[in-house]
Design a protein. Structure first.
Length: 681
């Protein structure tokens, strides 16, 4: 026993020696005598000629001059090792600058009380610091006065409350050292909840989503959006998709600030930011994505009258005019102008007025991304059109919940007046071409891949990236007059409704289009998954159905010979069809649904709380909707193109997710064997 005690004493002495060496280290950051206590943050954070180096012979930052106003969101962007994190570390005074000074409200940080300075700040970094304690205590760390209600509210705002309630002891569950029992996304959301509970006026984010999977990143980004509301924020971004909405973007390279501006102005400068942007958003084919950062780009299709002999001439996007050339302009001769913000900037780079119009398009794009309220988006559209495109008359076609078609019209400087527009454009025979003659239809589309297009109707038929049958109908819709036809036929109205529904859904589901591999998912929106996450979600949905004693259906859709007939879908490919399926599913089912692509021409759809009879009906609707979208209702001449759907239901056909997939696959095989365009169980 004496020997064991002596061993323990020797081990303790060795450990205590190390502990005392650490405790005896004098901090490099020290307070001055009688420091100033910072009670609040009212004006600005200023870097005045700041230089810094971790070692005396090596400078990391060189002459940084930057002012961050109260309530402003500033993003720091640049290559690795440029000094972004070092700039952020100077604000809470983790280090002191070697030259120059950093001030808050005019007070040099070296003269401020460190505790009061850091009390003004909330910091969320890539590496979250958590303790082997309960969830509640980790969230309330630093706020011993926080009540349980305060903790729950913070967790809810951080999108972590629902997960916490599934833990064995809820908020009293131990999470392990450094949160080892949690995923990366869950740890980050707890850190965000901690920052929300602290409620600081200054926020520092060191790319809190860079190492997360897509689903966790979506939840964390949404929580960060709530956290940043009304706060002065300094965001360090490695992914440029996270900085588009910053008030200013500061580009740092080799320890210096080389560019400052908004996302759009920096792209037009052809500098470091543009180079980084192109590197991040190049796809496998080597082409850069449009100016969206994987978000939807607003696109307009504007019908303007043009004579046939002038069809190849550029259309002046600033003010479309009737070009008669000494002859009377024909209504049948027209051009369709596809405008996207990136194309407009590239084509009209030197035109100042085009830049102003581009800014208007960008404003409307932001409005679409920030709101799911279609009426608000339309009102915003009217404001912008009235301000920047006052020479245009627009008509936006909307599909209502009851299936009726409504037209929201805007004429010149007049406000949006749906009843007046409906009375003006309505007639006994429905919507007539003569009535449409009063408006130029503007279609807000969710396809950002189509190029800037100027040309005649004949050229449109041969080149525009839409299916052949849709092409013909689209020209009919956009043309203001057509000989021999006084009103729209049933097929025209059906196509018009399809276009109208896609307009509404493009706005309503704006958040669906923010990511390439897996799109946003909530309980009331259709979600697109990659195959691996889809299978994981299928297992979760089966467990939920078992717990709730409800039904769950799985649809398998096979587009036979899809690769050979890929052009039938407007050269959009399988990924675009996947998005179309999500939109069509949303418009036809009006329920939560999840879709994935698991082969070159095969797709799977989960329908929670759906029995076999409803699933069969949904399968038939989706199949017909795909046919109508692709223009293949009768099939292309000489093709063997078929669309088949297999349906399996839990618990009637299977007891778990894997068995459900197998049964749906067998049902799909029977549908394919049964002939063209079949649905089978």
């Amino acid at each position: 026993r004496i020997s064991q005690a002596n061993t323990q004493i020797q081990q303790g002495l060795a450990a205590s020696s190390r502990v005392f060496r650490v405790l005896d280290v004098m901090p490099e950051v020290r307070e001055v005598k009688d420091p100033v206590t910072l009670e609040s943050f009212r004006d600005s954070i200023v870097f005045d000629g700041v230089s810094f180096g971790y070692e005396s012979n090596r400078t990391i930052l060189n002459d940084i001059n930057l002012r961050i106003g109260v309530g402003e969101v500033v993003a720091l962007v640049g290559p690795s090792g440029a000094g972004k994190s070092t700039i952020a570390d100077l604000v809470p005074r983790f280090y002191d600058s070697t030259e120059g000074k950093v001030t808050i409200d005019g007070i040099d940080l070296r003269k401020a009380r460190v505790a009061s300075l850091r009390n003004l700040m909330g910091i969320v970094t890539q590496e979250t610091i958590l303790f082997n304690d309960t969830v509640r205590n980790n969230i309330a760390y630093g706020r011993t006065d926080a009540s349980m209600d305060d903790v729950v509210l913070a967790a809810t705002a951080a999108n972590i409350h629902d997960f916490i309630t599934t833990l064995p002891k809820g908020y009293d569950t131990l999470i392990g050292e450094r949160g080892v029992r949690l995923s990366g996304g869950e740890r980050q959301r707890i850190a965000i909840a901690r920052a929300i509970l602290k409620n600081p006026p200054i926020l520092i984010l060191d790319e809190a989503t860079s190492s997360l999977d897509t689903e966790s990143e979506m939840l964390v980004q949404e929580a960060l959006g709530r956290l940043m509301e009304g706060r002065t924020s300094l965001v360090i971004a490695h992914r440029l998709s996270t900085v588009r909405r910053a008030d200013r973007i500061v580009v740092v390279k080799d320890g210096k600030i080389v560019e400052v501006g908004t996302h759009q102005s920096l792209l037009s400068n052809e500098g470091t930011y543009k180079r980084l942007y192109d590197l991040q958003f190049k796809d496998m084919s080597g082409e850069t994505y449009p100016d969206t950062s994987k978000k939807p780009v607003l696109s307009h299709s504007v019908a303007v009258k043009r004579p046939a002999e002038d069809a190849e001439q550029k259309v002046d996007v600033r003010k479309p005019k009737h070009v008669t050339g000494g002859k009377r302009s024909s209504n049948k001769d027209m051009a369709v102008l596809e405008l996207t913000s990136s194309d407009l900037m590239h084509r009209l780079d030197e035109d100042k007025r085009a830049r102003a119009e581009l800014a208007a398009l960008e404003q409307l794009t932001v409005a679409m991304q920030s709101s799911l309220n279609l009426q608000q988006i339309l009102n915003e559209a009217v404001k912008i059109v009235r301000k920047k495109f006052s020479y245009l008359n627009i008509a936006v076609l909307l599909l209502q919940d009851d299936g009726s078609l409504r037209i929201a019209a805007h004429e010149g400087y007049k406000d949006l007046d749906i009843p007046r527009a409906e009375s003006k454009l309505a007639s006994k025979g429905g919507i007539t071409w003569q009535a449409l003659k009063a408006c130029k239809p503007v279609v807000v589309r969710d396809t950002a891949s189509e190029p800037l297009y100027v040309g005649s109707r004949e050229k449109l038929k041969s080149e525009i990236a839409v299916p052949l049958r849709v092409k013909k109908r689209l020209v009919g819709v956009l043309d203001v007059e057509k000989e021999g036809r006084g009103s729209l036929g049933r097929r025209d109205v059906r196509l018009l409704r399809l276009i109208a529904s896609r307009i509404a859904l493009a706005a309503e589901n704006a958040r669906l289009y923010q990511e390439k591999e897996r799109l946003a998912v909530t309980d009331d929106l259709t979600g697109i998954y990659n195959y691996r996450l889809f299978r994981e979600r299928l297992v979760q949905e089966v467990k939920r159905a078992r717990k709730e004693k409800s039904r769950l259906s799985l649809l398998m859709l096979d587009v036979d010979d899809f690769k050979r007939h890929n052009d039938m879908f407007g050269h959009l490919g399988g990924d675009q069809l996947l998005r179309e399926l999500a939109v069509l599913l949303r418009s036809n089912v009006r329920k939560r649904g999840l879709v994935t692509r698991y082969g070159g021409d095969e797709f799977m759809i989960i329908l929670p709380q759906c029995n076999k009879e409803k699933a069969l009906l949904v399968g038939e609707r989706v199949r017909k909707a795909v046919e109508e979208y692709s223009g293949l209702e009768d099939g292309p001449p000489g093709s063997k193109f078929t669309i088949s759907v297999g349906v399996a239901t839990y618990p009637a056909d299977a007891s778990d997710g894997e068995e459900l997939v197998g049964k749906a696959d067998k049902a799909l095989y029977r549908a394919k064997q049964g002939g063209k365009n079949r649905v089978s169980t």
